[in-house]
Design a protein around this ligand. Structure first.
Ligand code: 2HG
Ligand code: ZN
Length: 460
């Protein structure tokens, strides 16, 4: 790569905003993984789909790799640019471009933050229900590229369920309008769904039509102290059968330790090995009474030892902070992350095998468990001991991840539930997808991106 290639881009698109200062290369060249040293060629900040299309055509002509870039809150290295790629940041394309009250859809540009989507939906009397901790910085284009999940999947499903239409520029520079907001469209392959979760390897989302829904009734937030691992899914069973849940999350005492050290409040006097945060519809008094009955029921059986129900919006927020603040509290330690899933029915057996594996393989590391246990999705963060060499730490974690893949295979699970494969989990893709599937995925990629310019090295 040389400056004349970039000059050709400047000439072809004199209005395109391009950045190449070292601080910009560093800022836009990495995501939250912090494992790779950013080294992009430059940063393009297009303002229109036409500019993106022209950039993709230029990249094909000059053999330049493109890394599409959203809020870069990803945890799998999917948005890292460490090999002279052109980063295409969508951050200037952050507007709502349409709302249809009859279809109940919101059409947005890809660089809009998830929180701004929430606000735009709410202003129109509806909600966009996908939600997670990074809502303030992550962007809808990145959410689509990873089929992001989060804390309300238990009720609403993943991002995929809420994408009514997508406009994309493929890796070969064609613009496609996929599904156009239709609810029913039985016309062959639904290419929209190929782009959702494709991690920027097929093309770039330039516009998305999101399905909205009614706001749920008022809810309440409950925090349980849970004395042992087996009780987690028993509490889940009790809550799910008697309450209308919108979230069911868990974390361990180690997670509590970190999040409290980071400023969150432990509402209990003591420490419990496990905690559950659950949110449920509580519009009527009967539902609130039922929640207390569920608590009593679990208490009698020894599945919970304590509980607190939020009495105000502020208290609900501070209970949520205990769960949602975990990632940020661990970030300074640059933890090694696992984001794994099994079917809900397989969770109890899997938890046992995994606990045995982790205590055998990580006797000396701080292992922090938390996540969306009601969806069968666990986040296991391994914290590097002080003074331990970082490269040796990663190598050790990767060795254990191979063992973890074997346990996941026994239980029919997946090495990436919602963060994507990116660079971090690339060596393990074959543990969750067959060789035939991967060959087909590669073939699909070639159809959309024959020159392999879109986010090369990620996923495969
Ligand atoms: C969450 O559920 C996110 O909080 C981040 O998916 C998980 O930091 C993690 O491992
Ligand atoms: Zn998560």
């Amino acid at each position: 790569m040389n400056t004349s290639t970039l000059d050709a881009l400047r000439q072809a698109l004199p209005g395109l905003k391009l950045l190449s200062e070292p601080a910009d290369l560093e800022h836009y060249g990495r995501d939250w993984t912090r494992r790779w040293t950013p080294a992009p060629l430059a940063i393009a900040l297009p303002a229109t789909a036409e500019e993106i299309q022209a950039v993709v055509r230029w990249a094909n002509l000059h053999g330049v790799a493109i890394v599409p870039s959203g809020g870069r809150t990803g945890l799998s290295g999917g948005a890292v640019a460490a090999n002279g790629e052109l980063v295409v940041s969508l951050e200037r394309m952050n507007r709502v471009v349409g709302f249809d009250a009859v279809d109940r859809t919101l059409t947005v540009q890809p660089g809009i933050a998830l929180e701004a989507v929430h606000n735009a939906a709410r202003e129109r009397g509806l909600i966009y229900p996908v939600d997670f901790g990074a809502r303030g910085s992550c962007q809808i284009g990145g959410n689509i590229a990873t089929n992001a999940g989060g804390i309300r999947v238990i009720r609403y499903g993943n991002t995929r369920n809420w994408i009514a239409g997508l406009d994309v520029i493929t890796g070969s520079g064609e613009r496609l309008s996929l599904n156009r907001g239709l609810i029913k469209n039985a016309t062959g392959y639904d290419l929209r769904h190929l782009f959702i979760g494709s991690e920027g390897t097929l093309g770039i989302v330039v516009e998305a039509t999101l399905a909205l829904t009614d706001a749920p009734p008022p809810s309440q937030v409950l925090l349980f102290a849970v004395p042992h691992m087996d009780a987690l899914m028993q509490v889940f069973g009790a809550c799910r059968s008697r309450l209308t849940l919108s979230a069911f999350e868990f974390f361990t005492d180690r997670a509590l330790h970190h999040v409290v050290a980071h400023g969150a409040q432990n509402p209990f006097a003591g420490i419990s090995p496990y905690y559950v945060v659950t949110e449920f519809d509580a519009e009527q008094e009967a539902q609130q009474t039922e929640a207390l009955a569920v608590f009593e029921y679990c208490l009698e059986r020894g599945w919970v030892t304590d509980g607190v129900i939020a009495q105000s919006e502020a208290q609900a927020k501070s209970l949520w902070r205990l769960r949602e603040g975990i990632t940020e509290s661990l970030a300074p330690h640059k933890p090694y992350k696992n984001d794994i899933s099994v079917r809900i029915a397989a969770v109890p057996g899997f938890l046992h095998d995994m606990q045995a594996l982790l205590s055998r393989e990580y006797p000396d590391f701080d292992v922090v468990w938390f996540g969306h246990i009601g969806d069968g999705n666990l986040h296991i963060n391994i914290v590097k001991p002080d003074g331990y060499d970082y490269a040796a730490f990663i190598a050790e974690c990767e060795r254990v991840t191979e063992r973890l893949c074997e346990v996941l295979q026994v239980h029919g699970g997946s090495i990436s539930a919602e963060h994507g494969i990116g660079l971090v989990k690339k060596p393990y893709l074959g543990s969750a997808r067959s060789a035939e599937e991967i060959a087909l995925m590669r073939g699909i990629r070639t159809v959309f991106d024959p020159n392999g310019i879109m986010n090369p090295g990620k996923l495969f």
